[in-house]
Write a protein that binds this ligand. Structure first.
Ligand code: NOJ
Length: 559
């Protein structure tokens, strides 16, 4: 397997609105990030993925871009951005920018033109269709509830928006659109950035004719996924993008790909095919959802997680590459979702980090994860800001007749605002995030959970992450070794072996609050030393069995 810097990196994701506010307006900004670069350097990460900082009316917090080559005024100026890049490079950190090109904002100059008339030269930059029998052109549902089509008075046609109605989808069939995007990407790369994270990039090719999705009794709008996820021309477009732009730079590229299977991910990331470096898969994020989607809550079965992770670890090994993540700005906090954010918050956060960082792939840490930040429960819907949450609430509670308590519970468990409350820096007012009024409320647990406390405590989650990041730098087996699942049927323990050049690693994780016994893989593995653990561990090495305390994790070197 070819060695590359992006396989050996650990990425930290910044959601700028909620990271650090330098000017007291209650909104995080670029100078706020610069102030915290030394904190990130001490953590040990070497790549930052910056969620969008481009000009935007903020219908979807920057994922609706009105000018790809300008900085959002609330975040600062292009000069601030250039300083951020220079300060990062000075510290040997790389910068990955978010690339949101499945759609723009409806306030983007292209769309402003496009909606003016049917013969405008930008008309075909977007996906316009006449209505069908007085209704929308098809029955697709938007990811943010309701129809994926919006009627536009000026020309009497509908435009497609897979997300909010202020996020019209670009028409990638139009080669002028592709050319404009490639030029814009080149412009950023020439400014010195180190790569792109590509927003829902496997949605850009739609099946011609935009057929109706399969009807679901009682539902007006239904999923159109199979007509735009991994669509017919997606590989052609990504290969073209690679040849026109990406291949000319030594950069890192990661495609956000809901609905991509292992087989598709191989095609996207096999270096021979010249598309992208790695993907964000979603399958493991869907294991605790029922048939009605993310708000349809289901308890996670560890067996399902084991099966899924194993499928990806073995499927991509030696062919392509994957990203490792358990949360981000769209997902609840990992310790609340997969661990125990009460009695065992510290233990379970460390266990989950170990489980993830010892796998093959490039690990991503989402801001606040390294100090064990948790989900939040606001009493009132008025304290929530996310368009996905608000639209869903309106549809189910205000226009529908679902019980408020049930819907609020689903928001507490799955809502995106769980990850978007401000970063907790210290125990002063607003957690040290801002001197003003934060744009979204701070999680009330900031007095106990904050970065200052975590840095001062040698036993904290933060220092544990530092150690994990260091281990990855020191031991190529963690990056390049192969993977084997152990004890497949065990419903409480997720254990696996890694091996590389005659070296072996045993990783054992107790995913429960019970004390459990693990049978050592005698004959397959003989421990020689302990690499890391989240509890005090006896000096002698285990032989036949290992007793694991609640959420205990251990990693052994061996033969
Ligand atoms: C995925 C992004 O991560 C999410 O935050 C956004 O709402 C959608 N794509 C639409 O851009």
């Amino acid at each position: 397997m070819k060695k590359t810097w992006w396989k050996e990196s650990v990425v930290y994701q910044i959601y700028p609105r909620s990271f650090n506010d330098s000017n007291g307006d209650g909104i995080g900004d670029l100078r706020g990030i610069i102030e915290k670069l030394d904190y990130l350097k001490t953590l040990g990460i070497n790549v930052i993925w910056l969620s969008p900082v481009y000009q935007s009316p903020n219908d979807d917090n920057g994922y609706d871009i009105s000018d790809y080559q300008a900085i959002m005024a609330e975040f600062g100026t292009m000069v601030d951005w250039e300083e951020l890049l220079a300060e990062m490079h000075k510290r040997e950190m790389k910068l990955i920018m978010d690339l949101v090109v499945n759609h723009t904002s409806d306030e983007h100059a292209w769309f402003v033109e496009s909606r003016k008339s049917k013969d405008n030269r930008y008309r075909d930059y977007y996906i316009w269709r006449p209505g069908k029998d007085g209704k929308e052109p098809n029955n697709w549902e938007s990811s943010f509830s309701g129809s994926a089509w919006q009627y536009d008075e000026a020309t009497g046609e509908y435009f497609l928006h897979l997300f909010s109605k202020k996020q019209p989808d670009l028409n990638w069939e139009n080669e002028k659109v592709r050319e404009e995007i490639y030029n814009m990407m080149t412009w950023w790369l020439d400014k010195g950035i180190d790569g792109f994270r590509m927003d829902v990039i496997n949605f850009i090719s739609k099946v011609p004719g935009l057929p109706d999705g399969d009807p679901v009794p009682g539902k007006k709008y239904v999923s159109g996924h199979k007509y735009y996820m991994n669509g017919p021309r997606i590989h052609e477009f990504l290969h073209e993008m690679n040849q026109e732009v990406l291949s000319k730079y030594d950069i890192m590229t990661v495609g956000e790909m809901p609905g991509a299977t292992v087989e598709q991910a191989k095609l996207y990331t096999d270096p021979e095919r010249k598309e992208l470096n790695m993907v964000f898969t979603f399958e493991h994020m869907d294991l605790d959802s029922g048939p009605n989607g993310k708000w349809d809550l289901r308890p996670l079965k560890l067996i399902d997680l084991k099966e899924n992770i194993t499928k990806w670890q073995t499927g991509l090994h030696g062919v392509g590459w994957n990203s490792l993540y358990l949360n981000n700005h769209d997902q609840p906090r990992l310790v609340s979702r997969f661990g125990n954010d009460k009695e065992y918050r510290v233990e379970s956060a460390k266990m989950l980090a170990t489980f993830l960082h010892m796998l093959q792939g490039t690990p991503y840490i989402y801001q606040g994860e390294e100090i064990g930040m948790t989900n939040v429960r606001f009493d009132s819907i008025d304290d929530y800001k996310d368009i996905e949450i608000l639209n869903m609430y309106k549809e189910k509670v205000i226009e529908g007749n679902e019980p408020v308590e049930k819907v609020m519970e689903s928001i507490y468990v799955k809502g995106r605002d769980n990850a978007r409350t401000p970063m907790q820096w210290n125990d002063s007012e607003h957690a040290g995030f801002t001197t003003g009024k934060p744009w979204i409320k701070v999680n009330p647990n900031y007095k106990e959970i904050n970065a200052e406390q975590a840095m001062a405590d040698g036993n904290s989650i933060y220092h544990y992450y530092r150690k994990l990041i260091q281990l990855r730098k020191n031991h190529p087996i963690i990056v390049y070794g192969d993977y084997k699942l152990l004890d497949k049927e065990n419903e409480q323990i997720f254990a696996y072996l890694r091996s590389y050049n005659g070296e072996r690693l045993l990783v054992v994780n107790n995913f429960t609050a019970d004390t459990v016994e693990f049978r050592m893989p005698v004959g397959e593995f003989t421990p020689t030393s302990l690499l890391i653990s989240n509890y005090e561990v006896e000096a002698n090495l285990p032989s036949e069995t290992l007793t694991l305390r609640p959420y205990e994790t251990r990693v052994y070197f061996g033969k």
